[in-house]
Structures are given as structure tokens and as C-alpha cells.
Design a protein around this ligand. Structure first.
Ligand SMILES: [Zn+2]
Length: 230
């Protein structure tokens, strides 16, 4: 039978996670890439987040630019950013998204005033769980503002991890709407991580249905859609 002392030393899981969250506010975290102590992100891991733009295409041929490969250090840092409440990591991730945005809009962000940036919205569950919108933070860290109003979720898509790309595409059809006056507007659509491209494809459909001219889509990191490194 556990003694009172040992029970106190091993708090319940939800208490542990609350303690960890409280501690993260006062103590520096360990490096999100390699775990080096007392630093948000070490210099070596920061270097591994330097932009490595890749150009691919969605199923309908829309150009897709990603800033990083979703693997190794980049994947670890992005997971810490999205899943562990470490929103400050948006800053070191910003340059990779900025590079992808520039290419997708075919011009530097500062000179692309006529190009609006539409962001894929977080799921309601994701927003509730995190308390912040990763894509919005990343776009800001890239030195750009998301145009609003923009996409809205018309219905939640079910988790489709086991499905193929075609099934994911059809499963998301009609899940997004696009609010605002977009007829004739030139837009670039942004997301954080792309795997099958199904969400971005649905966003392109919704933006076009609202009359927008989609120049391209981009994301911070992608997995299997790579075709050409610049
Ligand atoms: Zn590191």
C-alpha cells in the first residue's frame, strides 16, 4: 500500500500536466529540438529551421510551396509549438513560412500588398485545447497579416488518418466556407502542416467559390507532396 509520502510524490496525471504547465511559465523550457536544458531553442536546432522551400502541387494543379520538410528537428519543434503550448516557437519558425509565402505569392511579402493571405482555420477542438491559433501566430511571425474575414468551418471533418488521399478529399468537400468580398481578389492560402493536401484543396475550392483568384497555397512544412526543391 503506498504511503502518504509516496502518493504525494506521484501526483495524478492531470495534476502533473497542470504542474508542468505552471512550471513552464516560470522556468525556461528545454530545447524543443534536442532537449538541451534551459533554452527554448538552441543555435544548432535553430539553424535546422532555416527555410528549405519545396514546390509541389495539389491534386488540381494549384502550386503548393512548403518552407520545411516535416521531419527531424523541424517536426519536433513544430509538434512542441502545436501540441505542448510552446507558442513562442512561432518566432523561429516564421522565416520558413515567410519564404514559402513569398514563393506562393510570387513576390516578397512587403511588395505583395495586393495579395491577400487567407489562413486555414483551426478546428474548434484544436482552438479549445490550445487556446491559440498556430497558423495565425506563424503568419504574424512571417511578418504578414491574415486577411479577415476569411474561411469559416461549415462542418467538422472527421479524423481521417487511415483514409487514402482521394477519400480525404471527398470527405472534406464542403467543410469550409469563405466569408467576405473576394471577387477578383488575388489570394494565397496558408496552413501549418500539410500531409495529403486535402485541407488546402478544400480551402482552394472555397476561396474560388467566393470569387477569389488563388495564386498558390503554402505551408510551414509538408510530408509527401514534395516534387522540386528550389
Ligand atoms: Zn537544440
Amino acid at each position: 500500500m503506498p504511503s502518504l509520502a509516496s502518493a504525494a510524490a506521484r501526483p495524478l496525471p492531470h495534476v502533473r500536466s497542470a504542474l508542468r504547465a505552471a512550471l513552464a511559465l516560470v522556468a525556461p523550457a528545454d530545447c524543443a529540438g534536442c532537449g538541451a536544458p534551459d533554452i527554448e531553442l538552441c543555435a544548432d536546432c535553430r539553424r535546422r529551421l532555416e527555410p528549405r522551400p519545396l514546390v509541389a502541387a495539389l491534386a488540381d494543379g494549384t502550386p503548393l510551396v512548403s518552407g520545411l520538410d516535416y521531419e527531424g528537428t523541424a517536426r519536433d519543434v513544430i509538434l512542441a509549438f502545436k501540441q505542448s503550448g510552446r507558442w513562442r516557437l512561432a518566432k523561429p519558425l516564421g522565416p520558413a513560412l515567410a519564404a514559402a509565402l513569398r514563393l506562393a505569392a510570387a513576390g516578397p511579402p512587403a511588395g505583395a500588398a495586393a495579395v491577400a493571405v487567407l489562413a486555414v482555420p483551426p478546428s474548434r477542438a484544436g482552438r479549445r485545447r490550445r487556446g491559440y491559433d498556430p497558423v495565425d501566430l506563424l503568419v504574424r511571425a512571417a511578418g504578414v497579416r491574415v486577411s479577415k474575414p476569411g474561411f469559416r468551418i461549415l462542418r467538422s471533418s472527421v479524423q481521417q488518418k487511415s483514409r487514402g488521399r482521394a477519400e480525404r478529399l471527398s470527405g472534406r468537400l464542403g467543410s469550409l466556407g469563405c466569408s467576405g468580398r473576394w471577387a477578383g481578389a488575388r489570394v494565397v492560402i496558408v496552413d501549418d502542416v500539410t500531409t495529403t493536401g486535402a485541407t488546402l484543396q478544400e480551402a482552394v475550392r472555397a476561396a474560388r467559390a467566393a470569387g477569389a483568384i488563388v495564386l498558390g497555397v503554402c505551408c510551414l512544412a509538408s510530408t509527401p507532396l514534395r516534387s522540386a526543391r528550389l
